[in-house]
Ligand binder design. Structure first.
Ligand code: FCX
Length: 435
C-alpha cells in the first residue's frame, strides 16, 4: 500500500472542510492594510498569500508545521549514530503535519530509492550541457528536461485528470522530482568539476548521505552535514522568492517541474540563495587581502568598504527576520560540535561578533544579524566542496522538499490562479491627488 498517499487521502477532506469553515467564519476579515509604500517596496508585511506548511516569525524564525529547528532535530528520525534530522522524515512532516513513525519514514525512503534513478537520455542531456553554464542554470534546465515525465502534464493533456484528483498527480510528480534531484545535482557536479567521472548511487544510504556519496564525499560527518543542510533549507514560508515563484507558476496549473524550475531561477539570484556562494567568495577575499589573522577593526573597515562600493554584505540582513536566523545558530552548533581548527569557520565566528554592530550603525539596514547563508558555505567547503559556485545547487535540492510539498496542498485545496492587481504612478496620483 502507499502509506503516504493513503495518509493524504485521509487528511485532505478534513483539511478541505477546515478551510471551508475558516472562509465561512473569517472570509471577510481584514488581514492588513496596504500602503503605496508597501506596493512599491516589495510588499513587505503584506499578508496576501495562503501557504500552510511552514511559517516564519520575525523574531523566532521558521517553523515547519509548527515545529522549530531544535524540535525537528529532536523528534525526526536520525541516522544510526547521527544527530541530524533526515529529510525523508521532514518531507512526511511537511506533507502531513505529523512526525512519521519508523515504518512511515522507511516508506518515504524506499519510494525515493525506487524513483531516484535517471534514464539514459536524461543522463545524456545533463552530461551534454555546456560546462561554462552556471550550475544553477544547469539544474534549472535539467529539471525542465525532466518535465517530459510529468504525470500531471500527461493526465491533463489527455483530459483524464479531473480537478479533485489534481493533487494525486502533483504528489506523484513531487515524489519523482524529490527522489531524482540529488542525482541530477550530483551529475551536474561531477560533469562540471570532475571531468564527467560519475559516481553511481548507493541505495543502502539515506537520501542525503547518498547525495553526498554521489558528489564524492564519503565521511560520516559529511553525510551529517548533508542531512542537516538539506533539512534546514527545506522551506521558509510562502513569501520568499523561490517558494513564491514556485507557488505562483503552479497556480497556472504548470506541473511541479515547470513550477520548481521557476523557483530555482529565483533562488539563483544573489539577494536570495546565491548569497551562500557570495559569502564564501567574500570571506576568501578578506583572507587574501588582509591575511590569516585579521583584527576586528580590519573586518569592520572591510564591511564599511563593501557597503561604500555599493555592494551588500552577503549573509547578513533579511526581508522578514529581525534576529539571528535559527538556521545560522543550528549550523554554528554543528560546527562547534564537529569542526576544529578551520580558519574559515573561525572567521565566520569572528564576523558574527564584529559585523552586526557595524551594520547597526548604517541606519537603513533593518536586520543586522546573519541569515542562513552566512554559515553554510564554510561547512560545505570544510568537507571538500570547494566550488562555491555550486553551493546554491545544494540549497535548491533542499528547497525542492518544501516547494513541491506546498504545491500538492495547493492543488488539494483547489487554490485558484494567482492574479494580484498592479498600479501605475498615474493611478496613485489620480486616486490620492488633491484634484
Ligand atoms: N549589506 C548591505 N546593505 C544591506 C544589507 C547588507 N547585508 N542588508 C540590507 N541592506 C540595505 C539594502 O540594500 C537597502 O538599501 P537601499 O535602501 O539603498 O536599497 C537597505 O539596507 C534596507 O534594506 P532592508 O529593508 O534591511 O532589507 P531588504 O528587505 O530590502 O532586503 C536582503 C533583504 C536579504 C535582500 C538584504 O538584507 C541583503 O541584500 N542581504 C545580503 C544578501 C543575502 O544575504 N541574502 C540572503 C537572504 C536569505 F537568507 C535568503 O533568501 O537566502
Amino acid at each position: 500500500s502507499n502509506l503516504l498517499k493513503d495518509r493524504l487521502r485521509e487528511i485532505i477532506p478534513i483539511k478541505q472542510a477546515l478551510l471551508r469553515d475558516i472562509r465561512k467564519q473569517y472570509g471577510q476579515k481584514e488581514i492588513c492594510k496596504v500602503t503605496v509604500d508597501q506596493a512599491i517596496g516589495g510588499m513587505r508585511n503584506v499578508f496576501g498569500l495562503f501557504y500552510d506548511i511552514s511559517l516564519l516569525d520575525s523574531k523566532t524564525g521558521i517553523t515547519f508545521r509548527d515545529y522549530n529547528i531544535p524540535e525537528i532535530q529532536e523528534y525526526l528520525q536520525k541516522a544510526k549514530n547521527g544527530n541530524e534530522p533526515l529529510p525523508e522524515a521532514l518531507f512526511w512532516l511537511l506533507l502531513t503535519g505529523d512526525f512519521p513513525s519508523d515504518q512511515e519514514f522507511k516508506f518515504v525512503q524506499e519510494e525515493w530509492r525506487r524513483r531516484g534513478e535517471l534514464d539514459q537520455e536524461t543522463i545524456k542531456f545533463i552530461t551534454s550541457l555546456p560546462k561554462q553554464l552556471h550550475p544553477m542554470t544547469m539544474l534549472s534546465s535539467s529539471i525542465l528536461y525532466l518535465q517530459k515525465d510529468s504525470t500531471f502534464q500527461k493526465a491533463y493533456e489527455s483530459g483524464k485528470a479531473s480537478k479533485p484528483q489534481y493533487w494525486e498527480y502533483y504528489y506523484e510528480d513531487a515524489m519523482d522530482l524529490v527522489a531524482k534531484i540529488p542525482r541530477v545535482a550530483a551529475l551536474i557536479y561531477r560533469h562540471k568539476y570532475k571531468n564527467g567521472d560519475l559516481i553511481s548511487s548507493d541505495n543502502s544510504l539515506d537520501w542525503a548521505a547518498n547525495y553526498s556519496h554521489m558528489m564524492g564525499f564519503n565521511q560520516f560527518d559529511a553525510y551529517e552535514l548533508f542531512r542537516m543542510y538539506l533539512s534546514i533549507h527545506a522551506d521558509h514560508e510562502g513569501g520568499n522568492v523561490s517558494a513564491h515563484a514556485t507557488h505562483l507558476v503552479g497556480s497556472a496549473l504548470a506541473d511541479q517541474y515547470l513550477s520548481y524550475s521557476a523557483g530555482i531561477n529565483g533562488l539563483a539570484g544573489p539577494l536570495h540563495g546565491l548569497a551562500n556562494q557570495e559569502v564564501l567568495k567574500w570571506l576568501i577575499e578578506i583572507r587574501e587581502k588582509l591575511g590569516d589573522k585579521v583584527s576586528n577593526e580590519k573586518i569592520q573597515e572591510y564591511v564599511l568598504n563593501t557597503i561604500r562600493e555599493g555592494r551588500v554584505v552577503p549573509g547578513y540582513g533579511h526581508a522578514v527576520l529581525r534576529n539571528t536566523d535559527p538556521r545560522y545558530i543550528h549550523q554554528k552548533n554543528f560546527a562547534e560540535r564537529l569542526i576544529k581548527n578551520d580558519p574559515l569557520v573561525e572567521l565566520v565566528k569572528q564576523c558574527y561578533h564584529v559585523i552586526p554592530p557595524v551594520l547597526k550603525t548604517i541606519g537603513k539596514i533593518q536586520n543586522p544579524w546573519p541569515n542562513v547563508d552566512a554559515h553554510s558555505g564554510v561547512l560545505l567547503n570544510h568537507y571538500g566542496l570547494k566550488e562555491f559556485e555550486y553551493y546554491t545547487v545544494v540549497f535548491a535540492v533542499s528547497r525542492a522538499l518544501g516547494c513541491t510539498a506546498n504545491l500538492v496542498w495547493a492543488r488539494a485545496f483547489g487554490l485558484p490562479i494567482e492574479r494580484p492587481g498592479s498600479i501605475t504612478m498615474r493611478w496613485i496620483e489620480e486616486k490620492f491627488g488633491e484634484n
